[in-house]
Design a protein around this ligand. Structure first.
Ligand code: SAH
Ligand code: SF4
Ligand code: F3S
Length: 471
């Protein structure tokens, strides 16, 4: 048994990671032939991509995936810790699973992802959810086959959570959700320690993958017909700092952009270490998509300081302007938190002013949620829920106006769209994403999923565009 420890998770030491080539234990291959599993994923793209690894491992063990949990032999929850409501969803789900387990004690239940890295959650699992069969963390995801096996063999709850990264494990099998766009991890963990955020504790220190491993993975994806890659990291801008003296995200992006892969995206960029080299590269290569997620969190300097974000409103805007200039038409999206402890009316107004200036193409807005063990959780949460909800509502009204205004600019244009498939709601309708990452619903005939086609935009809504395929 290994339990998570925040003390350990907080440490940042310089270590050279050993790269290990993953192999599934031979004796476990196809051991569970025909057994059915149900996997539920919460949280960000990182978790979604981890679930693609989980799927591939379970497939090698002989499991088949099903979409109804009632019939499953194994239920696995890949969880997220970022806000209270993410927690609540998972605990709600555990309530439903408990009923199934009571009816069918042979049902196996596994728990992984960021919540498995929380001391409080794991202690609850050990005390109140003794029926959960096994728990593993974000640092030993690849060990799922062994942990699953052990919990069955021993017939008791198996908890294997490490608080820090052990090795750099490469070649973990992956079963990608789509055959035309792919996530590619470039850096794990986060060292920014924004005062409200739990991620540096759940995902550990910043560790870059070697450039040759990333370039090889992307080259293979290209040869397999992939049209789009999204480079993943909690802070992709820190790429390379732990490995190289003079090779960062700018250099990596330009090496990838020189491959013939049509679309390259990356998330998430912390505004703090966005270098001029990166800006130059974004301006230079058309296959780097004109769409950047640049979370601002707040427009007030005093709140930014309390959040530990390491930039000011002014330096954020300077970066924002540089990006708009180097790549005209670039879509910029953001994340904003309202109701951080001590946020005054004026601080909130500063955020609204910043939104009016930036006129974002998309924004994810959140009410501040205190997270276990984070520095901000010790501050007095002095704003009433009613006030927080009022601010969120007001902010959403403003951001939504700009989504629509920006979308309207596309009407009448012919845009390149990566086709995702036929619309579930309407026959003869397809949907896909533009280079700016805008959702388009369009009419057309015999259009191939995964192709990039021209679509003439006919009208704009707040969250999507309408159009028709254009030859
Ligand atoms: N690494 C990314 C963010 C990942 S979390 C970055 O720094 O840009 C996604 C978003 O969740 C954050 O940008 C933030 O807006 C929000 N978030 C994180 N912790 C939160 C908390 N405790 N309460 C409310 N929102 C939070
Ligand atoms: Fe959290 Fe900040 Fe790291 Fe983003 S940069 S994951 S908000 S600590
Ligand atoms: Fe959630 Fe963990 Fe992602 S906390 S947002 S799943 S890194």
């Amino acid at each position: 048994m290994n339990l998570p420890s925040y003390g350990e998770a907080k440490k940042r030491e310089k270590v050279t990671y050993q790269t290990i080539d993953y192999q599934i234990p031979k004796q476990l291959k196809d051991k569970y032939h025909g057994k059915k599993y149900f996997l539920k994923t919460y949280g960000c793209q990182m978790n979604e991509h981890d679930s693609e690894n989980i799927r591939a491992m379970l497939l090698q063990l002989g499991f088949v995936e099903i979409s109804l949990m009632d019939d499953a032999d194994l239920i696995l929850l890949n969880t997220c810790s970022i806000r209270e409501n993410a927690h609540n969803k998972v605990f709600g789900m555990l309530g439903r699973i408990k009923h199934l387990k009571e009816k069918r004690p042979s049902l196996l239940v596994g728990f992984c992802g960021c919540m498995a890295q929380e001391e409080g959650v794991v202690s609850d699992i050990m005390n109140k959810y003794k029926w959960i069969n096994f728990v593993f963390g974000t640092h030993n995801l690849y060990d799922l086959p062994r942990i699953l096996e052990e919990s069955i063999e021993k017939g008791k709850q198996e908890i294997e959570v490490y608080s820090k990264d052990l090795d750099m494990v490469e070649n973990v099998p992956v079963l990608r959700d789509k055959s035309y766009k792919a996530y590619v991890n470039i850096i794990y963990g986060c060292d920014k320690f924004c005062t409200y955020c739990i991620v540096p504790y759940t995902r550990g220190s910043e560790r870059s993958r070697k450039r040759e491993d990333i370039l090889n993975e992307i080259s293979k994806l290209y040869h397999d017909g992939y049209q789009e890659v999204t480079l993943l990291g909690q802070n992709v801008n820190a790429y390379g700092k732990d490995l190289y003296d003079d090779y960062g995200l700018g250099e990596l992006l330009s090496d990838i952009a020189m491959m013939p892969i049509p679309r390259i995206r990356f998330v998430t960029s912390h505004p703090w270490d966005f270098t001029d080299k990166m800006i130059e590269v974004i301006g230079k290569y058309p296959n780097i998509m004109p769409s950047i997620h640049l979370p601002v969190q707040s427009g007030s300097n005093s709140i930014l300081k309390k959040m530990g974000r390491r930039y000011s409103k002014e330096s954020y805007l300077e970066l924002f302007d540089k990006l708009k200039k180097v790549r005209p038409g670039i879509a910029i999206s953001t994340d904003i938190i309202v109701g951080f402890p001590g946020e005054s009316e004026q601080d909130f107004k500063d955020t609204l002013d910043l939104v009016h200036y930036c006129q974002y193409d998309n924004a994810f807005t959140f009410i501040y949620s205190p997270r276990e063990n984070t520095p901000a959780a010790k501050l007095v949460d002095d704003i009433s829920l009613e006030e927080k909800e009022k601010r969120l509502y007001q902010l959403n009204e403003v951001v939504n106006t700009y989504f629509l205004e920006n979308n309207k600019k596309h009407v009448g244009r012919v845009e390149k769209v990566l086709v995702e498939g036929e619309s579930l709601k309407k026959k003869g309708m397809y949907f896909g994403y533009t280079e700016e990452n805008k959702l388009v619903n369009f009419t057309g005939k015999n259009i191939k999923e995964g192709s990039i086609i021209s679509v003439k935009i006919s009208s704009a809504k707040t969250w999507s565009l309408d159009g028709e395929a254009y030859e």
